[in-house]
Design a protein around this ligand. Structure first.
Ligand code: 2IT
Length: 446
């Protein structure tokens, strides 16, 4: 490791003990940014990198609720308000038993650069709870959401901080959270995104992360003189992101052969299409967090306890959770001739994977670029709420496509190497950084 990078990371580790994912996310970014900052002393003098790794504000709170048996349950809630240099804090809420302060700081840190890449005026934030939706009744989910919002409401607002969904938080949860916010504030505002179409939501917000990821992969393929038609694709997860990606991949003539859950993965040689894609929504709504029932329903293969990366595919798109594709998985994919690995999940790959891809001259798309379509359509939802107006499906889709193309152009601009290859990690990190850093300098020492 470069000595300057090491010095920087040593300080981050010392100041943030036991926050490995946060350190991993910071390291991936500063490895690319420190050389850039050395060449641009204004960022160095203003200590922009040092400032950017410190959230502006961290809110941590108790979330008590009563389960269906009348027993008291206590969870922990968080909101990390990371950076507001270019707009209100914006980012999702994650409800998952693995949620911790360090995990949310990694997600908030990534969100700052991702939101900047979208070209829209959004700062970065992230929040959530260690609440586990698995096995909970609909009533328990509602009661939990109401208790969570009974504290969160005082910290957020349409011009302050605008949460959305993430793992474990979809349309249903956003509904319960919005209802409670509205009740407490007596205000109907765009304080959350991912709302239902009847009450201020945007067309394509549920599909947006998956659609955007596929648009980005299409752009990557274009630079290789290739296209998506006929490609076989391995997706992981069965939630919102892989559902949206599967829909768009089918539309564009690619073939999705895998999805996965914590219990294992599905391999379907015929392709996951039509009703099979819609069934993913039922799996999620069941609150069981398993993918096996898919195999029973559609006579596909279920491989227990394994990850989909052992299959031979043209394109691999992790869509589930952080660090779900490691160095061994990447080697297996590369040996099997994979042409692109693109993270639709946040930090879906472990730290070694981008370098392995670069060595093999296989393009690697980092999450903050590939999955930015979700928050981009959240930004468009905020615009529509401010206008008190709804754009048509065509209008939203056209804007999303344009944004994903702009993000790809930014990656090419800042990430093209002397040999002509594109380092998308470098491109996304520098491209996202410049706008935030310039805004921070312009706003003085705050
Ligand atoms: O990771 C992400 O970008 C999201 N969960 C979406 C955030 C948002 O505000 O739409």
């Amino acid at each position: 490791m470069d000595t300057k990078v090491k010095e920087f990371i040593d300080k981050v580790v010392a100041k943030n003990p036991a926050q490995e994912e946060f350190v991993q996310a910071v390291q991936e970014v500063v490895e690319k940014l420190i050389p850039f900052v050395e060449d641009n002393p204004k960022y160095k003098e203003a200590k922009i990198l040092e400032k950017m790794v410190e959230p502006e504000r961290v809110i941590m709170f108790r979330v008590p609720w009563l389960d269906d048996q009348g027993e008291v349950q206590i969870n922990r809630g968080y909101r990390i308000e990371f950076n507001s240099a270019i707009g209100p804090y914006k980012g999702g809420l994650r409800f998952h038993p693995s949620v911790s302060l360090g995990g949310l700081k990694f997600l908030g840190f990534e969100q700052v650069l991702k939101n900047s890449l979208t070209t829209l005026p959004m700062g970065g934030g992230k929040g959530g709870s260690d609440f586990n939706p698995k096995g909970k009744s609909d009533n328990e989910i509602m009661v939990f959401c109401q208790s969570f919002m009974s504290e969160l409401f005082r910290h957020i607002g349409p011009n302050t901080d605008v949460p959305a969904g993430d793992i474990g938080v979809g349309g249903r949860e956003i509904g319960y959270l919005f209802g409670q916010y509205k009740r407490l504030r007596n205000e109907f505002t765009g304080v959350l995104t991912g709302k239902g179409m009847e009450w201020g939501g945007s067309r394509f917000r549920p599909e947006a992360t998956g659609y955007g990821a596929v648009y980005f992969v299409e752009e990557m393929l274009k630079t290789m003189g290739n296209d998506i038609k006929g490609k076989t694709v391995a997706l992981s997860g069965f939630g919102n992101v892989s559902w949206g990606a599967a829909l768009k991949l089918e539309e564009l003539g690619a073939k999705v052969v895998t999805i996965s859950g914590p219990d294992g993965y599905i391999y379907d040689a015929d392709g996951i299409t039509g009703d099979k894609i819609e069934y993913m929504l039922e799996l999620r709504a069941s609150n069981n967090d398993v993918v096996k029932p898919f195999a029973e329903e559609f006579d596909a293969q279920f491989i227990a306890g394994k990850k989909p990366w052992e299959q031979k595919v043209d394109i691999a798109i992790p869509c589930a959770i952080q660090n779900e594709l490691n160095a061994d998985d990447a080697k297996q994919l590369l040996n099997n001739g994979v042409q692109i690995i693109a993270e639709a999940s946040n930090m879906g790959c472990t730290a070694e994977v981008p370098a392995l891809c670069q060595e093999a001259k296989v393009p690697f798309g980092p999450g903050k670029a590939v999955n930015a379509g979700g928050v981009a359509v959240s930004g468009l939802e905020m615009s529509q709420n401010s206008l008190r107006y709804n754009w048509t499906a065509e209008e939203v889709d056209e804007k999303l496509k344009r944004i994903m193309k702009d993000i790809h152009d930014t990656c090419v601009k800042f990430g093209t190497e002397d040999d002509g290859t594109i380092d998308y990690v470098k491109g996304a990190n520098i491209g996202g950084f410049v706008k935030v850093a310039d805004a921070m300098i312009a706003q003085g020492h705050v």
